[in-house]
Ligand binder design. Sequence first.
Ligand SMILES: [Ca+2]
Length: 247
Amino acid sequence: VCRSIGEGHYITFDGFQVEIIRSGQFYTLLLGKHISLSWDRGTRLLVHISAGRVCGLCGNFDGNVNNDFTSSNNQLEVDSSHFGNSWKVIPSCADVTQVPLPCGDNTMKLVTVEQSCRLITGPPFKECNSQVSPYVEMCVEAACSCPSVGDCACFCDVVAAYAQACSERGLSISWRSNDLCPMSCEELNPKIPGVGEELCQWRYNTCGPACPITCQHPDPLQCSLTCVEGCHAYCPPGKLNSLSNVS
Ligand SMILES: [Ca+2]
């Protein structure tokens, strides 16, 4: 990005105009009608693209999971390490020969981790499980990298990523609690007594608009993302939120 043309509007070096929208935990970069990138300033990056025109480590997005291990020389691999190695960008990097076990040889930790990850196949997500295959393997891998299981960003982010996939299919799931990956929006609300009702209030929402109408973007935007999790502004009728209020 090289030129800023007002808040949230940028022109890249090749003259392409992009828009940056902030909503909930995410910054969404709208790159024309067909590509958007949403980043939570942490470990979650959601990429929305038109189907069938990509290749690489994330598959080719043609709706067929059986050909996702297509290597860079267009061969279908069986072994995940061969597939991964084929997409290596820096040739001098060593090839992966053995895929490491998620928790190494710490079986005690693995048991605890697997137990925590049962959350995504448990009651709150049951309805979603039939629509989106649960991210169990991803959860185990992430939670194994946590120093302790429970309130750990890696674990919480995988569950949140799964919940996001559910939201995108119209199933918004409230899974966070005070004990499990808590998220609060209260601290964003102004603490001036008497005038609070006049101002927009921040409230947590599992599925708030990804491209909300704000002072910076008063007209609805074409946004391929259904919704995003996080703190969303609820304003009195006739008022719009200004993004500059968000710290
Ligand atoms: Ca595919």
